[in-house]
Design a protein around this ligand. Structure first.
Ligand code: GLC
Length: 419
């Protein structure tokens, strides 16, 4: 058996009747951006199943348009905080925040790669109005002042949970005053997971949304954590462009004026985050009103969105080259020269395959083909060395976190497999 079969078998094993869990036990529900990336993997060997993944996710869309970061399709004793703590959801119990909006990008890629064109067209036509609602929700509820930069209310919303960039804004959040039992430490060594003080604050925020009745205005005004996450902004922007392209081809009657305006706003506003000293776009603490000067992979994602100018892209490519040379296994999630770098701890250093794919995709858009190929080759070494873990120690390539992980298997199938 080659590793393509192994990767496909991981998706088959993690299939739960139409949605794919990231991995058994540690993450027993459907996570939004995992699901989108995973659908790209399904498409390589089961197109109907790939489209079903998307349909099931959008069944859980809120009436506001939000697509939650977790859909709780059932109960589970292996994960905390579960549906009772979050208390969100209409048709399906869910969390009350979203995650990087990579869905429209994944759907466009699936549409273009699909062999069964009539299934693809019918699926996309059904999904498009929901995708438009989703993107409208981001611009309306997360950027009510139309600044061009959507806000994020939780480190989990970034998908890069304990990134060093969130340390300082999170430290201002009060801890919860109730006892709880973490479940993640029953699956993964504590050296590879966030610390307790961070967890106390993650949970305070979860409580905060519920106490405020999930009301967008109250949360925007009162949430003690509010940041501009460059990764979130960039992924939404790229997906917005993909969404417009799909609408033009398949659903010209949809009102996309909110998305057009949102894209225009971001194209201009992103430059306020550019750091001449760091050669990348810095995340921003919207409450303290200051940049978060840490080179994390989020700061590179404007390349994926096509938001950087040609000169900025040149500078970023030089930075990426140097960043890549600091570890043998792809681009570390935090630059290894940062003081807060930890090669094995979750988003503080380890390599995540789907992020490296986004960076390589961005480099390709700007014509840096050789560097994109280098990123891919270095990332592939993680899988060659350790298989399909959640993430990889950036110094040693050792697999970390959960094993048999869906998005790792999926990225391997659609990006790393040889043609
Ligand atoms: C962790 C990751 C997040 C991912 C989730 C499920 O919370 O930080 O990005 O979506 O696990 O895999």
């Amino acid at each position: 058996m080659n590793w393509q079969d192994d990767a496909a078998n991981i998706l088959l094993a993690n299939d739960r009747d139409g949605h794919t869990v990231p991995t058994d036990g540690l993450y027993p529900f459907q996570w939004s951006w995992d699901s989108a990336i995973t659908a790209l993997g399904w498409l390589t060997f089961d197109e109907a199943r790939a489209w079903r993944e998307a349909a099931v996710m959008f069944d859980g869309q809120w009436d506001t348009g939000m697509v939650p970061h977790i859909l709780f399709h059932g109960d589970s004793s292996t994960y905390f905080p579960g549906p009772d703590v979050w208390g969100g959801g209409q048709r399906i119990p869910s969390s009350a925040i979203s995650q990087p909006a990579v869905w429209a990008t994944a759907i466009r890629m699936m549409y273009e790669a699909a062999k069964d064109k009539s299934l693809a067209e019918a699926s996309v036509q059904t999904l498009l109005p929901m995708l438009v609602d989703y993107h409208d929700w981001w611009y309306r509820d997360r950027d009510p002042d139309e600044t061009g930069l959507v806000r994020s209310f939780h480190p989990w919303e970034s998908g890069m949970d304990n990134s060093p960039a969130w340390d300082d804004p999170l430290a201002r959040v009060p801890p919860v005053d109730w006892e709880y039992q973490r479940r993640d430490l029953g699956h993964v060594d504590s050296s590879e997971r966030p610390h307790k003080p961070e967890y106390d604050r993650y949970l305070y925020l979860v409580d905060f949304y519920k106490k405020n009745g999930f009301d967008a205005k109250r949360i925007y005004e009162g949430c003690p954590y509010r940041v501009i996450d460059v990764g979130l902004v960039a992924i939404l922007h790229r997906a917005g462009k993909d969404l417009l392209a799909l609408c033009r081809e398949l659903h010209r009657d949809l009102d996309v004026s909110g998305i057009v305006a949102g894209l225009e706003g971001t194209t201009e506003a992103i430059h306020s985050l550019w750091s001449e000293d760091d050669s990348c776009f810095l995340n921003y603490d919207d409450i303290a009103d200051k940049p978060l000067p840490f080179r994390t992979t989020a700061t590179l994602l404007p390349l994926f969105a096509g938001l950087a100018t040609a000169e900025q892209a040149d500078r970023m490519a030089a930075l990426i080259e140097e960043w890549l040379s600091a570890s043998a296994f792809g681009i570390a999630s935090t630059h290894p020269a940062e003081e807060r770098y930890e090669p094995q701890r979750y988003w503080r250093g380890p390599v995540w395959l789907h992020i490296n794919w986004m960076i390589a995709d961005g480099l390709t858009q700007y014509g840096f083909h050789d560097l994109a190929a280098d990123v891919r080759a270095a990332t592939k070494k993680c899988v060659d060395a350790s298989g399909f873990y959640e993430y990889f120690d950036a110094d040693s390539g050792k697999g970390c976190g959960g094993g048999s992980f869906s998005w790792t298997a999926a990225v391997a199938l659609y990006w790393l497999a040889d043609d």
